[in-house]
Write a protein that binds this ligand. Structure first.
Ligand SMILES: [Zn+2]
Length: 192
């Protein structure tokens, strides 16, 4: 006598959280087109890096209500054996599709994530290579790590924030207002 387990409960299939964006598609998908433009203008040092883009779907905000817009990940040695990529940049699918997330913001997000992709150099400033003769890469940390509330309350008080402030001034402080609650977030968004 077979028991009908889970009777009455129809489970929704789980959304696959990751989906590689096809870089072989013609015309080239928008995120790759925009990334190529940003790379050409601002990231000549990582010209040789192979960078994949992937959607991250239904990204949940963390306990502090921060919703990630993107994330840059360096391929591990094992992952490099599996696929020919040095980095993968995850893009928040729901945010990217939203109307408020215009081209300027897409470019800023890609530029931000590409800042994390850095070349590894040896003591003489020459590109480092691994035993297989492949160039090696690293993840660059943010220049600035601060709570926005602290900046609001105290201004730019840390010395290491000065460079960041200068950069902001130069670009006339183009405001980066990201859409709220794209995936149930409580407001804040973060780029990681
Ligand atoms: Zn970041």
């Amino acid at each position: 006598m077979g028991r009908r387990r889970g009777f009455g409960k129809i489970k929704k299939p789980k959304v696959a959280p990751f989906e590689l964006i096809d870089h072989t598609m013609k015309p080239l998908p928008e995120p790759y087109k925009l990334m190529a433009a940003v790379r050409k203008d601002y990231h000549p040092d990582i010209k040789e890096a192979r960078i994949a883009l992937a959607w991250r779907k239904e990204w949940k905000a963390d306990k502090d209500g921060h919703l990630k817009l993107g994330m840059c990940i360096k391929a591990s040695d094992l992952q490099k054996e599996l696929a020919e990529w040095d980095f993968v940049i995850l893009l928040n699918f729901e945010v990217w599709q939203s109307k408020e997330f215009d081209k300027e913001k897409k470019l800023a997000l890609l530029d931000h994530e590409l800042m994390h992709a850095d070349e590894s150099l040896d003591k003489n400033g020459e590109p480092k290579v691994d035993a297989k003769g492949r160039r090696t890469w690293r993840i660059r940390a943010h220049d600035v790590g601060e709570f926005s509330a602290i900046i609001e309350r105290h201004g730019i008080w840390k010395r290491d924030l000065d460079r960041f402030a200068e950069a902001i001034m130069k670009t006339k402080q183009k405001s980066l207002e990201f859409p709220e609650a794209a995936a149930g977030a409580s407001g804040d968004v973060v780029v990681q």
